[in-house]
Ligand binder design. Structure first.
Ligand code: ADP
Ligand code: MG
Length: 189
């Protein structure tokens, strides 16, 4: 079941009105977890502080509550683990272990670029989950910039092709919520 989320966040605590670029109906549909039943993906794109991790973790929490097995990982940490397994000739095993989760949350795609070995391992993971189980991704980079994350436009295109085939993408365009909080506290004008 469990998932070692980095923070505790709930959908009820998310102020949808603060982000006009988000359609409340889409959030409601995601909250129904229909996307997990259908083995579809979700991608949250946007600059820092707009609530990508909050929404990803909150959906993960709902999924755990409904009995789904959920695994949270930061993208860089996940790649590290996959590469370590690869070097120990255990990549297959590692990927198989990850297929046990109905929902995988891969947070912060794009803060650190992948090595070519990392990109290769990641592609294998995504191929294996394709049309079988759901993954939520968050990224500060637009899809056009994912080639830079993978350091290889061909692999990036192959990964995106699979991710986006059955996917809800939310482009969050608003202000950082952190900034708003600090403004409210009078810490900045
Ligand atoms: P990101 O992952 O996009 O950088 P986070 O999800 O970490 O941003 O959000 C930053 C902080 O602001 C977190 O504490 C989060 O709970 C809060 N937050 C962001 N957006 C909202 C929102 N619309 N309503 C309530 N809290 C929010
Ligand atoms: Mg985040």
């Amino acid at each position: 079941r469990m998932a070692s989320f980095p923070v505790e966040k709930r959908l009820d605590d998310f102020d949808v009105a603060f982000q006009p670029s988000l359609d409340p109906l889409i959030i409601k549909d995601l909250a129904s977890l229909r996307f997990i039943h259908n083995a579809e993906n979700v991608v949250f794109l946007g600059p820092p502080g707009v609530g990508k991790t909050h929404l990803a973790v909150a959906l993960g929490y709902e999924a755990v509550k409904q009995g789904f097995r959920v695994y949270y990982a930061n993208a860089s940490q996940l790649i590290e683990r996959l590469m370590k397994a690869n070097r120990e000739n255990k990549l297959e095993e590692k990927i198989k272990a990850l297929t046990k989760f109905h929902l995988l949350i891969i947070d912060e795609m794009g803060y650190l670029p992948f090595t070519s070995e990392g990109a290769h391992c990641f592609f294998q993971l995504i191929s294996r989950r394709y049309e079988k189980s759901s993954t939520i991704f968050t990224s500060n980079k637009s899809f056009g910039e994912w080639g830079e994350i993978f350091g290889d436009h061909v692999i990036a295109a192959a990964v995106l092709d699979r991710i986006l085939h059955h996917c809800t993408t939310l482009n969050i365009k608003g202000d950082s919520y952190r900034l708003k909080e600090r403004r409210r506290q009078g810490l900045i004008p």
